[in-house]
Design a protein around this ligand. Structure first.
Ligand code: COA
Ligand code: AMP
Length: 642
């Protein structure tokens, strides 16, 4: 058996040979003769002459191979008290019929379908039905508000929107249709039709001629077979937060994605066909796409769709119950989920009440894994706890301890070493590789492996600008970090204006745009403040118009409500601090990293380019007041170059 290092070396030295071999993991209508077309970098095309269908690989072929009776999806929904299992045969029936329904509504190859659904099996059925037809799905997370939904509708221009009548958050039923209608009012683009999956907790009133009931359209639909597609045809668009207020529509292809995910399931996660894999993430995020739906199904595993929380549904033992009830072999979640469990049940008594013996490993990603959570989870489960690093753009892990190849010794704080396929480096400002252990910008040398973003929807220029212009020939990950002398990578956090709240990736720019619209706000900045539970939470710093008479408490609550209303509850912006000024450079640039340090009370050095150093003293005093037990203090070192 080759070591991870050997496989990694081979994948970089001979990517075509490496991925040709991996491409045997999926079924092709026409196997690729060419493996990589890198003639138009950074727009690389994997398997350019291959023909396949992702849905065929995720569903049909398993039925043909004798897995028809095996569970494909277990929907475990403590919020409704229901557990439902769909076998591969049942999934095929549902997907083929729903594809028929979509076709009946005019959806064909290349058309977009927007999916706005909570964690119910129909979300996966709708995704797979699109894949079956060659339509491009765009799933939008339920925690976003109408305005964010409208932005995505206008960008993707879907032919059909598929929604559920409601989502359920803990004990609260959240009707989705009013949000959808509000979004459609805000959007310029109008879909031809909406399909609504009615849920008994809050059925929607359907608009005649525009809205269709899921059950009704499926009952009339014809069975549709998989459409042969070019491997390079887009499978989906997934919007993610960027540095501007406008989300980026990450585009993923069919062939590269299927090959990479199929390979990663066995090599990274060590999971085999027939086993149960659980990614406790919403389908609206990349983890939900890659490892709650496509990865496990492409592998012939059983996936768990969990409609609940780590705590409160009903208690902090919920994850243990799901592991035991469904014989979960590998669990993947965000550190926040385990921090929430540890907070509610510090000894893990409720988890331990369940038989966790079948679990082989726990994988964490989505945010930095802090040492406390790593050790707490390890002690509780007595299984490998694997930190791994990746992003919406990459679609699958860049750095991980590949349990399916060769488990490596862990170094807490590091997600271990680059996964085969990813040529990771850390660069300084000038684009030179830094010495081992030195911090810098983490990049991946082009060509990126199969499964990575192929472009941004409708915006090749922004794709190049955002990711490939800073360091030519390299993909800029947006994270800072280092690589030690053993090749272990450490990720320190974003070097741009993206923040990570409870494992959810959010743009401070979007929140700033909403706050700045308030008539009393002169200027503002949203900063990610360290938070014990959620890793980071957004904090709004607001300068009010000098001429205005302001009731500060009222302004604060208006701004919190406005962000919730316009970005969504998931933004979790709860705190606004009114300040006199924001620190800027002489050229007018807001000093974000200095503000981040001030907010967290960490030491900082004022940059020499600062317009007025006194503003830091002012700000430091104002912010100290918000940290319990701290009076006003100045944590700055002597002003000087950073
Ligand atoms: N639809 C509608 N609202 C949603 C939502 C959804 N799909 N998801 C979250 N929200 C709401 C929440 O109800 C909450 O509303 P509130 O302010 O009225 O209470 C708000 O958005 C913030 O949500 P969240 O940050 O998730 O906080 P929480 O208190 O509800 O839950 C945790 C805290 C730790 C339990 C939860 O964040 C969690 O399970 N995190 C794991 C994250 C994860 O799986 N990430 C995926 C990457 S692997
Ligand atoms: P998303 O695109 O939502 O998956 O978020 C990606 C971002 O989450 C990365 O750019 C990192 O900032 C952060 N992230 C993901 N996994 C890790 C990890 N294991 N350690 C540190 N940060 C992580």
């Amino acid at each position: 058996m080759p070591t991870t290092e050997e496989l990694h070396r081979r994948s970089i030295d001979d990517p075509e040979g490496f991925w040709r071999e991996a491409s045997a993991g999926i079924d092709w209508f026409h196997p690729p003769e060419r493996i990589l077309d890198a003639s138009r970098q950074p727009f690389v095309r994997w398997f350019p002459d291959g023909q396949m269908n992702t849905c065929f690989n995720a569903v049909d072929r398993h039925v043909a191979d004798g897995r028809g009776d095996q569970a494909a999806i277990i929907h475990d929904s403590p919020v409704t008290g229901v557990v439902t299992t769909l076998s591969y045969t049942e999934l095929l029936e549902q997907v083929a019929r729903f594809a028929g329904a979509l076709r009946q509504l005019g959806v064909g190859r290349g058309d977009r379908v927007l999916i706005y659904m909570p964690m119910i099996p129909e979300a996966a059925v709708a995704m797979l039905a699109c894949a079956r037809l060659g339509a491009i799905h765009s799933v939008v997370f339920g925690g976003f508000a109408a305005r964010e939904l409208a932005v995505r509708i206008d960008d993707a221009r879907p032919t059909v929107v598929v929604a559920a009548s409601c989502g359920i958050e803990g004990a609260r039923v959240l009707p989705y249709q009013p949000l959808l209608l509000q979004a459609l009012e805000l959007a310029d683009h109008q879909p031809d039709a909406c399909v609504i999956r009615q849920r008994p907790e809050s059925p929607a009133t359907l608009r005649a001629g525009l809205d269709h009931d899921w059950e009704a359209v499926v009952s009339e639909a014809l069975w549709v077979d998989c459409v042969p597609l070019a491997a390079t045809d887009p499978l989906y668009i997934l919007y993610t937060s960027g540095t501007t207020g406008l989300p980026k529509g990450i585009v993923r292809d069919n062939g590269g994605h299927a090959v990479a995910l199929r390979w990663s399931m066995e090599h990274v996660y060590g999971v085999h066909p027939g086993e149960v894999f659980w990614a406790a993430s919403d389908v609206g995020w990349v983890v939900g796409h890659s490892y709650a739906v496509y990865g496990p199904l492409l592998t012939g595993c059983t996936t768990v769709l969990y409609e609940g929380k780590p705590v409160g549904t009903p208690d902090a033992g919920a994850f243990g119950r799901v592991i035991a009830d469904h014989d979960v072999k590998v669990l993947f979640t965000a550190p926040t989920a385990f921090r929430a469990i540890a907070q509610a049940d510090p000894d893990g008594t409720l988890m331990r009440q369940h038989d966790l013996g079948g679990l082989r490993a726990l994988f964490f990603a989505g945010e930095r894994l802090d040492a406390d959570t790593y050790h707490w989870a390890g002690a509780l489960l007595d299984r490998p706890v694997v930190d791994h690093w990746w992003q919406t753009e990459t679609g699958w892990p860049i750095v991980a301890n590949c349990l399916g190849i060769e488990p490596l010794p862990m170094k807490p704080g590091s997600p271990t070493t680059p996964v085969p396929g990813w040529d990771v480096a850390v660069l300084d400002e000038a684009g030179e590789e830094v010495p081992a252990g030195t911090e810098g910008a983490v990049v991946v040398r082009s060509p990126l492996p199969p499964g990575s973003a192929t472009t941004l929807w409708g915006d090749d220029g922004r794709f190049v600008e955002a990711y490939f212009s800073r360091y030519p020939g390299c993909y800029l990950t947006g994270d800072g970090g280092s690589i030690d002398e053993d090749g272990y990578v450490t990720i320190l956090g974003r070097i741009d204006d993206v923040i990570n709240v409870a494992g959810h990736r959010l743009s401070t720019g979007t929140m700033e745009a909403v706050i700045a619209e308030h008539p009393l706000v002169a200027e503002c900045a949203v900063i990610g403040a360290a938070d014990e539970l959620k890793g980071q939470v957004p904090l709004g710093l607001v300068v009010v118009r000098t001429e205005a008479e302001v009731d500060v408490d009222q302004l604060r609550s208006e701004l919190v409500a406005k962000v919730r209303e316009e970005v969504g509850p998931v933004a979790a912006l709860k705190e606004i601090v009114v300040v006199q000024r924001l620190p800027r450079t002489r050229s007018g640039k807001i000093l974000r990293s200095t503000m981040r340090a001030l907010v967290d009370g960490s030491p900082y050095r004022a940059p020499t380019t600062i317009e007025d150093p006194a503003v830091l003293q002012e700000l430091s005093q104002t912010l100290a007041a918000r940290r319990p037990g701290e009076g006003a203090s100045d944590t700055s070192g002597a002003p000087g170059p950073r």
